[in-house]
Design a protein around this ligand. Structure first.
Ligand SMILES: *Cc1c(COP(=O)(O)O)cnc(C)c1O
Length: 387
């Protein structure tokens, strides 16, 4: 059976050039980069090259790159680190209702520890209004955290405008840019962002490595205390293979990005047009234009997302559902719920996220499978009345 992977927002395969490049780190390049001898020095060189490649990708300085254990760690480090450092200045944080759980649950944790959090609403298309950020600012606001690209809908949020507002009010601005990297240009020099999170496995590097960008001159508390690695900002012997892979992935994607994203956008359009032509009662979730090139979030009305996911999986097609399974019950996606989409429509939403290995054949195969699967599931649905 054909296998089609449409879940690149969940994770990506390691780029072959990256895998090839890091192989020696499982062998002769084993040194601890902090060691002064030859074994450490040769690894240190590759490690610092990786820092430069990552900095280059986002137009930042190498000193502004901190390697972490994952995107979630970067979010935690940015938000808790800033909150701890500024606790005597204020305890109010502004974020949105559609952030990744790594941001939302970090904010909830801080709420349980004496901080106050404002969660900004989104409109029906999943966009936030920069003016709402301005209105939410108080004298004790210490941090604004707004993601660049939403992982479920693919929406791009107005972080340029929000950065300007934060900077005018001298409030630290953090952005979760995990989904934006490799899919849209990133320029830390022109964006007024102080802290930003990235994750290796979303850009064709392996899992278990992240980056926290921290603008020069900014200070936050450390979360992992120990040795002096990463300028004493993140202790622990470096994940050299992960970091080197991340750096190489940045360099490779910087070169390939325009071509890959151009191709993906055409495929996504073909997929969307095909689905809308062959299946009725489909709702497009998200903003029509301010979005990533690769992501589609669609509600197939009268069909349960989990059932659709399983049926597509049986046909070799990997997608994800918007809802998270918790203790046997499926909860509708917090992102779609925040967009005021009716519960049944949220429950029927699936996300298709494309990547660099997808082909026209993948799309056409999916288009040959989806209409039949949806029709079968609808026949079993008590809610669906055939026209
Ligand atoms: C995947 C993801 C994360 C978490 O990154 P990990 O490396 O898996 O911890 C954070 N934010 C967004 C938007 C993501 O898509």
């Amino acid at each position: 059976m054909r296998r089609v992977y449409f879940d690149y927002n969940a994770t990506t395969p390691v780029h072959p050039a990256v895998a090839e490049f890091v192989r020696p780190f499982l062998g002769e390049l084993f040194g601890n980069p902090s060691s002064l001898h030859w074994a450490g020095r040769e690894v240190r060189r590759f490690f610092e090259d990786a820092r430069e490649q990552a900095a280059d990708m986002i137009n930042a300085e190498p000193e502004e790159i901190i390697f972490t254990g994952c995107g979630s760690e970067s979010d935690n480090h940015a938000i808790k680190g800033l909150a701890y450092a500024k606790r005597d200045k204020g305890r109010h944080i502004i974020t949105t209702t559609i952030e990744h759980p790594a941001v939302l649950n970090t904010c909830r944790y801080l709420q349980a520890h004496g901080y106050d959090v404002t969660y900004l609403p989104v409109d029906n298309e999943g966009q936030i209004e920069p003016d709402d950020v301005k209105k939410a600012i108080r004298s004790d606001t210490i941090l604004i955290s707004v993601m660049y690209a939403n992982n479920e809908t693919g929406n791009l949020l107005p972080i340029r405008e929000i950065g300007e507002i934060a900077s005018e009010h001298r409030i630290t601005f953090h952005s979760d840019m995990v989904q934006a990297m490799g899919k849209t240009d990133l320029d830390m020099d022109s964006l007024k962002v102080d802290l930003a999170s990235f994750s290796g496995h979303k850009v064709y590097a392996p899992k278990g490595v992240g980056i926290l960008y921290m603008r020069e001159g900014r200070e936050i508390d450390s979360l992992i205390h120990g040795g002096h690695q990463e300028g004493s900002r993140r202790a622990g012997t470096e994940n050299t293979m992960g970091a080197v892979a991340f750096g190489r992935a940045c360099e490779t994607m910087q070169k390939e990005m325009n071509e890959v994203n151009g191709r993906i956008e055409v495929l996504r359009k073909r997929l969307l047009d095909g689905i809308l032509e062959k299946v009725d009662h489909v709702r497009f979730n998200g903003h029509p234009t301010r979005r990533l090139p690769n992501t589609l979030n669609l509600s197939f009305e009268y069909v349960e997302a989990e059932s659709l996911l399983i049926a597509l999986d049986l046909n070799g097609i990997a997608v994800s559902s918007g809802s998270a399974c918790s203790s046997g019950s499926t909860e509708p996606s917090h992102v779609l719920t925040a967009m005021n989409i009716p519960a049944e429509t949220c429950q029927s939403a699936i996300r298709l996220s494309l990547g660099r290995d997808n082909t026209e054949e993948d799309v056409d195969y999916a288009l040959s499978v989806i209409p039949g699967v949806v029709a079968r599931l609808r026949e079993m649905s008590p809610l669906y009345k055939r026209p």
